[in-house]
Design a binder for this molecule. Sequence first.
Ligand code: DP6
Length: 387
Amino acid sequence: MNIVTCIAPVNIAVIKYWGKRDEKLILPLNDSISTTLCTEQMHAKTTIMASSEFTEDRIWLNGREESFDNPRLKSCLEGMRRLAQEQGGSGEGSNTWHIHVCSRNNFPTAAGLASSAAGYACLAYTLKELYSVKGDITAIARQGSGSACRSLHGGFVRWHKGSAADGTDSVAKQIAPSSHWPELRILILVVTNQKKLTSSTFGMQRSVETSELLKYRVSHCVPDRVEAMVEAIKNKDFETFAEITMKDSNQFHAIGLDTYPPAVYMNDVSHTIARVVHRYNCVKGANKVAYTFDAGPNACLYMLESEVPAVLGLMKHIFPPRPEHVQYVRGLKTETQSISQEVLSSLGVEPQQTGLLMEMILTKLGEGPERLTDPKDHLLTEGGLPK
Ligand code: DP6
């Protein structure tokens, strides 16, 4: 019997990955850049146990048993077993034994917050530890979900699209560690009443087939944008970082509309958030806050630590919680500053009805996956069933 437990972070792209050049190997059409979020606020946790006693591979996700008959899951497992074999061993446990996998997120999955990226990064990393595999495991995490490979590193990460047909040069690499820009803060606004939407996988496939704008983005926009973003990160230039982040999010959603039939992910609340951010920056005379939206209505706001109390005060004012809502803001502790009447009148955005946001999560940059050594952390009992 052999058991390993690891956690892995969520990552949020500031240059989006949207479109594949190889559906099977999950190879992207363009480079993407992301920030890895601190695991204290949000993470996926996975325990994998291998045992000669197990008669089949089994998996439990967020408390429910799911079928292992899932091509992405299987290709992660087979890929890692192959690597272990090539490297001449399988660690303490045999890689021919069946496994039991139990995985949980410490944040609401219903919120649609990059949970597949954290989940598959955690699966790949835990398998790597279980089989004592050495070297880069981008290719394995990528087979689960493209964006998962960026969660294998902390700080700022670039997924290089690569050009090799077999994907060997399509790898995620760190641009800078989290310690490079410790003042950066991320405020996630979780929007209530999310409708079921087109999955990223299906949406991007349809964009590749039908969107002319996607072709233009890939050939004319992303290459320069990626270089400019790397420079902005290296120079801790928030003004540029914010501008590129917002433009890239907007372009990604424009591609959604250019897709036929369209893939619409932002809703009215998302658009109001974007408007508030632009007005706030305009009043302040500089980019103090940046938004980005993934394949859903939630907003991810970037700002420096010094701006957090004012932005939190602003967002609470525009999006008031329901009176019974006790814990509206989770995560890092911070002050809330009330917004002056002067700023509010220049903003020209009225407070909205209560309850449009489910919650706000304040976090910062963080590290890549980590193995937990305390047996108390295991999600499986000694018999291999969820605790
Ligand atoms: C909008 O990684 O979920 O979040 O590779 O098909 O699993 P698959 O897609 P996925 O796509 C993420 C898309 C995005 C942008 C990003 O994270 O770069």
